[in-house]
Design a protein around this ligand. Structure first.
Ligand SMILES: [Zn+2]
Length: 238
């Protein structure tokens, strides 16, 4: 049986915990989260791969001229999936889409903490790269040296792998969560969405953004090669 004084102490700690503000993601300094550009441009990035049959609506959409070009941070599942579909591959590769690394196995943050040291990340990246290059064939130049950690968890070992393999770690500054709560996409932002049914509407939103507000989405490479572009934040961590 717990006595009253002990109970108050525990209750005090518990209710105190409720008032701790939710901390926002602290990106390590070497992760690029936005770009400095003068023009009305932002980078569009799409993460993960397809699960289930929902690749079809995307392909129909992509085949129209409405697709905003993007950098696809593909995981192993995504790479395997386009491999299975020639149409998917043709459309993706001919529509100004480029591919960046988003891990082979997309481990959870807990799994990453327990099992992923630098050597394991290097292994993961090399396996992914082999698949990506094989899948893209003659379009292998579409596989770019950009990396996004699974779950946005840019650990030191992940960043060390990036440094060793010459990859630029790319985070993001806006996503559907913040934009649907009133934030707007501004120049230099990196916007993140997913190949998920629930996030489909965003492709249309971004198309409208171009038509209504003159804000142009583009790939990370296009952004970097803009004449007036400087990286918003890119410092060596080590
Ligand atoms: Zn992911």
């Amino acid at each position: 049986m717990i006595d009253r004084r002990a109970f108050l102490k525990i209750a005090g700690i518990a209710s105190g915990a409720l008032f701790i503000p939710k901390t926002k993601i602290e990106w390590p300094p070497s992760v690029i989260v936005n770009f400095k550009v003068r023009g009305p441009y932002y980078a569009l990035t799409v993460d993960d791969g397809w699960t289930g049959p929902n690749i079809e609506p995307f392909l129909i959409y992509a085949a129209s001229n409405n697709l905003v070009p993007f950098t696809w941070f593909a995981n192993g599942v995504g790479i395997r999936r386009i491999r299975e579909s020639e149409t998917a591959m043709r459309i993706l590769l001919n529509r100004g889409i480029e591919i960046g690394y988003h891990t082979m196995h997309h481990p959870s943050v807990a799994d990453q903490r327990r099992n992923y040291n630098r050597a394991r990340w290097i292994e993961d990246y090399d396996e992914w790269l082999e698949h990506a290059i094989e899948t893209c064939g003659d379009h292998r130049y579409k596989v770019k040296p950009y990396a996004r950690a699974a779950g946005g968890y840019f650990s030191v070992s992940f960043l060390e792998m990036c440094e060793i393999r010459g990859l630029m770690p790319i985070g993001w500054s806006k996503d559907p969560y913040v934009v649907s709560r009133g934030a707007s996409i501004r120049k230099g932002d990196i916007f993140l969405t997913h190949f998920r049914d629930s996030e489909w509407g965003w492709f249309n939103h971004l198309k409208n953004l171009r038509e209504a507000d003159g804000m142009f989405g583009m790939t990370i490479s296009e952004m970097i090669y803009l004449e007036d572009c400087a990286r918003g934040r890119y410092k060596r961590l080590f």
